[in-house]
Write a protein that binds this ligand. Structure first.
Ligand SMILES: *Cc1c(COP(=O)(O)O)cnc(C)c1O
Length: 351
């Protein structure tokens, strides 16, 4: 604490990201990055953009990227909002769409940035418990609220909610914005983007950090009705006119233009997810069904924290959340075949 801090700052509870250790030969399975890396065409596009134009501001509206994304998903440009990672998009959503004097609803086990944004903007958050099998039940979201947000697949459970159930939540709350955070949808889920034409209160948020292997480029986007997108544009242009730099805009366009690479890397993750799941089950783990690029698993005889520590001593880093209901679990990002083999080998002596 310091006398220079505003009173708001001293009460903030910031998000704590998974660590990015600077250790060689680490098997890093703790922050859900994609192990297969971005398309070579992304690197090429960024290299082409590395020139004297860097002295000029980028396009503040990222029009070329916006229309690439609009075409890719079959929507209009005015239905697309872009941000510096989807975390920034989410921040603008909380500020611009969730301040209605009623609590914002999200699952009790979910992305831990949601309560942080509530704290930042002084919004009341209300957690809605997942079922005993860690699923979202749409009927729990029929209650007064200032907005609703959940990831699908959910994080850190990996559990996927079928599209008809997502639609039930959206349809039951026509006067509030329902945000579906689809950071992991490309690893086997079905996107709710196809429903945005039908529901002006539906906003779908996605990122290039996971399925498109570009966590380091910081590009996220939201797709919804023009009236909802306009709110986000107003917030963005009151905060930072240039959230996406030139390199990010060029690289992100190239990522959407290399569909073969995208499909192959997603399929690679899905295949490895099946392998890791079966190996862990053979070691006695309970593994929640996942449609994400990570799994949440627990061993009946070994505490999650002890397992995470034991793995770490062998150079394998996974995520353990010291939180109610999931403190027994490990969240393990799916890695390359070699990384996953090492994970399994390092778990054997621990169980
Ligand atoms: C990773 C993640 C994000 C953030 O993605 P960025 O675009 O890298 O900011 C948002 N929501 C969920 C659920 C995530 O897991």
């Amino acid at each position: 604490m310091s006398k220079f801090w505003s009173s708001r700052v001293k009460d903030l509870v910031p998000y704590v990201p998974g660590e990015q250790p600077k250790i060689a030969n680490l098997v890093k399975l703790n922050t859900n990055e994609n192990p297969f890396g971005p398309s070579p065409r992304v690197i090429e596009a960024i290299n082409t953009e590395l020139n004297d134009n860097l002295r000029l501001y980028p396009d503040p509206e990222s029009e070329a990227l916006k229309s690439t994304i609009a075409n890719y998903y079959g929507v209009q440009g005015e239905q697309v909002f872009l941000g510096n990672g989807s975390d920034e998009v989410l921040a603008h959503i909380f500020y611009g769409l969730f301040q209605h004097g009623e609590p914002v609803l999200y699952p009790d086990i979910t992305y831990s940035f949601y309560p942080v944004y509530c704290g930042l903007y002084n919004i009341e958050g209300k957690t809605v418990p997942l079922t005993d099998s860690f699923e979202i039940d749409p009927k729990d979201y029929k209650q007064p609220n200032g907005g609703i947000i959940f990831p699908n697949p959910n994080a850190p459970t990996g559990r996927y909610l079928a599209l008809d159930k997502v639609e039930a939540i959206v349809a039951a709350n026509p006067d509030r914005v329902v945000v579906v955070d689809e950071a992991y949808v490309d690893f086997g889920g079905e996107s709710a983007i196809k429903l945005v034409g039908k529901y002006p209160n539906l906003l779908v948020c996605q990122t290039l950090s996971k399925a498109r292997s570009l966590a380091g480029l910081r590009v996220g986007f939201a797709i919804g009705s023009p009236e909802v997108i306009e709110a986000l544009n107003r917030v963005k242009n009151s905060f930072n006119s240039y959230p996406l730099d030139r390199l990010a805009q060029a690289g992100a366009i190239a990522a959407f233009e290399d569909e073969d690479w995208f499909k192959a890397t997603c399929e690679g993750v899905v295949g490895e997810r099946g392998w890791v799941t079966s190996k862990l089950e053979a070691l006695g783990f309970d593994v929640l069904p996942s449609k994400a690029n990570f799994i949440l698993a627990r061993h009946p005889d070994h505490a999650g924290e002890a397992l995470a520590k034991g793995l770490r001593e062998q150079g394998v880093i996974v995520r353990h959340f010291n939180k109610p209901r999931i403190s027994d679990f490990l969240r393990i990002t799916i890695g390359t075949a070699d990384q996953n083999k090492r994970l399994v080998e390092c778990l054997k002596p621990l169980v």
